[in-house]
Design a protein around this ligand. Sequence first.
Ligand SMILES: Nc1ncnc2c1ncn2[C@@H]1O[C@H](COP(=O)(O)OP(=O)(O)O)[C@@H](O)[C@H]1O
Ligand SMILES: [Mg+2]
Length: 366
Amino acid sequence: MASTDSSTAFVEFDRVQKSYDGETLVVKDLNLSIGKGEFLTMLGPSGSGKTTCLMMLAGFETATHGEIRLDGKEINNIPPHKRGIGMVFQNYALFPHMTVAENLSFPLEVRKLGKSEREQKIKRALDMVQMGSFGGRRPTQLSGGQQQRIALARALVFEPELVLMDEPLGALDKQLRETLQFEITRVAHDLGITVVYVTHDQTEALTMSDRVAVFDDGRIQQLAAPDTLYEQPQNSFVAQFIGENNTLRGKVAKLSGDHCVVRLDETGEEIDALPVNVTREGDETLVSIRPERVEFNPELGPDAHTLTAEVLEFIYMGDVFRTRLKVAGRDDFIVKTRNRADQTRFAPGQKIQIGWLPQDCRALDP
Ligand SMILES: Nc1ncnc2c1ncn2[C@@H]1O[C@H](COP(=O)(O)OP(=O)(O)O)[C@@H](O)[C@H]1O
Ligand SMILES: [Mg+2]
């Protein structure tokens, strides 16, 4: 597992800010240490500053403020081609007039490698992406997925220690995307390369990464391993951006240690939650509960609160059931249950009770 200790950081953003127009900051205060061999993903909505961060690391944009370090050395003033970084982008055009092998040879010629060494490295890179027999083809003779494999091979051929990828699979269909997700992580781990990967697709981020930095509005909202991000979101933005969530609005009625009671604005009903972003009684909060953590007619402790719900819709999805409920004035409350022989299938109109363990319901910022 990659280290995140700052003394062994391989890539460091230190108080980095970026403005394109001299007024608005699109990257506000970026502090991020990436360990050697780590697969780190920047995840966030469009316009949140991900590409800008990658471009500053690559050297195509300059930071307005702060320092970027690679292997301990400041690189703010080193031009892109001297940083030794491999890059793959969504539409990374291969040179159309060159064959695949010539495309891969190019970064090696720039680095003044001899012919036999070039041939050996090209073969190895093509084999790595399972395109060994395609060296003589031109890019137009390849499918989209094959072109993207070649773009990956070209980024790896000069054996960089750091590879940056900006939405590299965005243009591909779902099945091909999943195959390449697996291949990229396999190749990265096999070679021990550090990868900074950008995507707006949360599933891609969760399945590929050692850690994920969730961006919004030019700031990292949370930086954590995928399971922590999903199970312990630190604020409402992360809770709603990662995975599916039910949210209810209310005020903290009681607070003691790691437990709070929230009174829902809509109906005055009370629920149990884990205080995450609330500090005192009376605080407004958005509580967040994953659909798979809600229990029907639960048998919880004697002091536990339950909520009355009306079944609006039962959706059969094969492996899971989705039951849509009317809860506390909302008609979009979803409960996900596993398809088991003994699992109740509710009918629209039924009135039931729902509940959860307090630690599965997070009281976050309003
Ligand atoms: N070259 C540029 N000149 C001016 N503004 C830019 C430029 N590139 C990006 N921006 C702005 O910076 C913000 C962040 O953009 P970007 O880093 O591309 O976000 P993301 O990759 O997360 O979608 C956006 O508001 C975008 O419009
Ligand atoms: Mg972008």
